[in-house]
Design a binder for this molecule. Structure first.
Ligand code: N1C
Length: 274
């Protein structure tokens, strides 16, 4: 009898328990959904902190001075009217040093290139230099009549060409290509129909700045996957070759898996990766 009476109480207790658990779960989901994107979003203060922290990893530079040269390019300006020349003082504050025979350019292969360069000390990309590294993956802009830096609602490529981020990459890429020397490597994407596009930064800026008196060769590594779309005979690569007067050209199709394998074997000499 006593047993029978305790049952509804137990049932209510169990139901309450389930309800509380569900509520706690929901709360956790909501908190995570709000907090995670916020944690990743750069605020203006965080932009400066990220910039400074990354800059300080390079010894012998005045990072405060470099930050000031950076901000003068876009602060107080219409974010659709920042030409690449606005970054000239920034480039002058942290000039690129030539790294003959070790310079690596790329187009539409960012992930595979950086997976490789982060694990192997064979090549130098723009992101391995001070200026490339401090701004990689970041967004910034200013506003007319304001002294502030903004990190959200900045115009992208679709809104206007002369935006602060695009103009920075154009200017930095030009300066990096200006010092290209010796045998130079470029990783292009064999999974798209035009691995060399004249609309890309590589095609429109870097290749045009290569200097035959400093550069011996451009060696294309065409990264292929299981079903390659393009090979070294691709028409766009013929266009690339035409732009290189006086600079020797080679092209090699290399499976992405082979590059990944080489990334994971630091004992393998760099020259043996492809
Ligand atoms: O337009 P892309 O490639 O051909 O530019 C790549 C080319 C490389 O050789 C680099 O030296 O230009 C340089 N470069 C960067 O290092 C870089 N880091 C991050 C150009 N762009 C860079 N980014 C961002 O990627 C930037 O926002 C720019 O608009 C894209 C270009 O990538 P892509 O089209 O694959």
């Amino acid at each position: 009898m006593e047993h029978e009476a305790s049952r509804p109480v137990e049932k209510t207790r169990r139901r309450r328990c389930v309800l509380i658990s569900v509520a706690v779960c929901l709360l956790v989901v909501v908190v995570l959904a709000v907090a995670l994107p916020l944690a990743h979003r750069q605020t203006p203060d965080k932009l400066k902190a990220t910039f400074t922290e990354r800059c300080e990893a390079f010894k012998g530079y005045d990072c405060g001075k470099i930050w000031d040269a950076f901000t003068q390019a876009y602060v107080g300006r219409d974010p659709c009217k920042v030409p690449m020349e606005a970054y000239d003082p920034l480039i002058a504050a942290a000039p690129f040093k030539p790294a003959c025979n070790r310079m690596m350019f790329w187009s539409k292969t960012k992930d595979v290139v950086h997976d490789f360069t982060s694990k192997r000390d064979c090549f130098i990309t723009l992101e391995d230099t001070l200026l490339g590294s401090v701004l990689d993956g970041l967004t910034w802009c200013g506003k007319e009549g304001s002294k502030e830096t903004f990190t959200t609602d900045c115009p992208g490529w679709t809104e206007c060409e002369n935006n602060p981020v695009r103009s920075f990459w154009n200017r930095a890429s030009a300066a990096f290509a200006d010092v290209a020397c010796g045998d130079v490597t470029a990783m292009l994407n064999g999974s798209i129909s035009t691995p060399f596009s004249s609309a890309s930064i590589f095609g429109s800026i870097e290749v045009k700045r290569f200097n035959a008196t400093m550069m011996r060769s451009l060696n294309v590594v065409l990264v292929t996957q299981k079903n390659p779309v393009a090979n070294c005979e691709n028409a766009s690569l013929k266009d690339l070759q035409k732009e290189l007067d006086g600079i020797k050209y080679t092209c090699k199709e290399v499976a992405e898996s082979q590059i990944q394998e080489c990334s994971s074997k630091p004992e393998k000499p760099c020259g043996a990766c492809w």
